[in-house]
Design a binder for this molecule. Structure first.
Ligand SMILES: *Cc1c(COP(=O)(O)O)cnc(C)c1O
Length: 397
């Protein structure tokens, strides 16, 4: 239990619920209800049924033979890229929509940066016939046209956030404003293990299906439930939380959190929170975040939109701070190289976020025959334009 959340929503010194007073009723309702709902048999049956028949779980745990040969190890890929909508995010939105229904909510709001979480939310709202409003920065709406089209196709309303830098942080502010104005009929689906308690714990529990499956799948394949290391990329940290969850108290299993170093950790264009971050409060919880001396958020940068976040979830801040997890930072260039490597060696095109986790294999000293699981958080279809530019650069150079 050393790494689980406590009664007040803290992981060590990180976490909590630091929200404006006007949000207390909404957050307190969730705090008092989420565990009862998640532990309810009726919820579990419906959640398991949808994960199986709608999302396509269990996702394979695939022994990547040629990748294993390259590193002289036994490397398994947990194939979250094969989930409906192409990434792990739907595990969380399916769970939260069922929670929203049980709380009697009729209206769903969400914030999105690149649009991945917006699409996963619009998908489950269509599935359940609930109204869906997604807040998105006006700049991001222009940059992420295909995902905006997907959300609209699914019947969601995409509302532009036109203040500030017109990106994710501004979309989050708009969503919070909406939630304050609609406390009784609206549920706010947050897309990662961030935000005020109970969101980090609630989202971690909904993603924990990833490591629950890993344990029996690895046992079937190798006769042991325990790998030597698990590697996952960390934006807010939801796919990593899911991959680590059922191994947190297994001290023999090393946990590797991979974050984005952008153009280089100290280049000024980075999202390497474990190195550059200091303690502070962002989006309702105390965690590690990138801020200047006056506590102003430093704009993060990464080629991958899903890792382009100035903080990490409080659970990951605690895992890194306590030494339980080891953080590795990967640059844009290293991630692009790893994406091409996996595509050519295994026939799997990973998402740019996921490519960071794969690139970390080069930075680890791997023992001969070491048993490693890499969480393959998503597929690369959404990143083909970036990959094409990269390939063209290689041909010119
Ligand atoms: C959104 C996303 C991430 C980053 O989010 P986490 O909450 O850190 O998991 C990673 N991989 C993919 C494919 C994503 O879509």
């Amino acid at each position: 239990m050393r790494y689980s959340v406590d009664q007040e929503g803290f992981y060590g010194v990180f976490g909590g619920a630091f929200v404006p007073e006007m949000l207390y009723p909404n957050v307190e309702e969730l705090q008092s209800e989420y565990l009862n709902i998640i532990n309810d048999v009726d919820f579990q049956e419906e959640y398991d049924d949808l994960l199986k028949n709608y999302v396509g779980r269990p996702t394979p745990l695939y022994l990547a033979k040629r990748l294993s040969e390259k590193y002289k190890a036994r490397i398994y890929l947990k194939r979250e890229d094969l989930c409906h909508t192409g990434a792990h995010k739907v595990n969380n939105t399916i769970g939260q929509i069922l929670i929203a229904q049980r709380l009697g909510k009729k209206r769903i709001i969400a914030e999105t940066g690149a649009g991945q979480h917006g699409v996963a939310t619009a998908t489950v709202c269509a599935l359940m016939g609930l109204e869906c409003i997604v807040y998105m920065g006006a700049v991001d709406i222009k940059r992420q046209a295909p995902n905006v089209a997907r959300m609209k196709m699914l019947g969601a309303e995409v509302r532009p956030a036109t203040s500030g830098s017109q990106t994710l942080k501004d979309a989050t502010n708009e969503a919070i404003r909406d939630w304050i104005g609609n406390p009784t009929d609206t549920h706010y689906i947050i897309g990662s293990v961030v935000g005020p308690h109970p969101y980090p714990d609630m989202v971690a529990r909904l993603q924990a299906i990833i490591s629950k499956e890993m344990r029996w799948q690895l046992h079937e394949a190798e006769g042991t439930e325990l790998p030597e290391r698990i590697v996952a990329c960390v934006g807010g940290g939801s796919n990593a939380a899911g991959a680590f969850y059922h191994y947190l108290n297994e001290d023999s299993v090393g946990l590797v959190s991979v974050e984005a170093a952008g153009l280089g950790i100290h280049s000024g264009e980075s999202a390497a929170t474990s190195v550059l971050g200091t303690k502070g409060i962002i989006h309702g919880s105390r965690t590690l975040l990138m801020q200047d001396e006056d506590g102003q958020i430093i704009e993060p940068y990464s080629i991958s939109a899903g890792l382009d976040y100035p903080g990490i979830g409080p659970m990951h801040a605690h895992l890194i701070d306590s030494g339980r997890a080891k953080a590795i930072s990967i640059t844009d260039k290293e991630a692009l190289e790893a994406a091409l490597m996996l595509s050519r060696i295994e026939g799997i095109i990973p998402a740019l976020e996921t490519a960071h986790a794969l690139a970390a294999l080069d930075k680890m000293s791997i023992k001969e025959n070491e048993l490693i699981i890499v969480n393959l958080s998503g597929r690369g279809d959404k990143d083909l334009a970036a990959y094409q530019t990269y390939l063209e650069g290689l041909n010119d150079g």
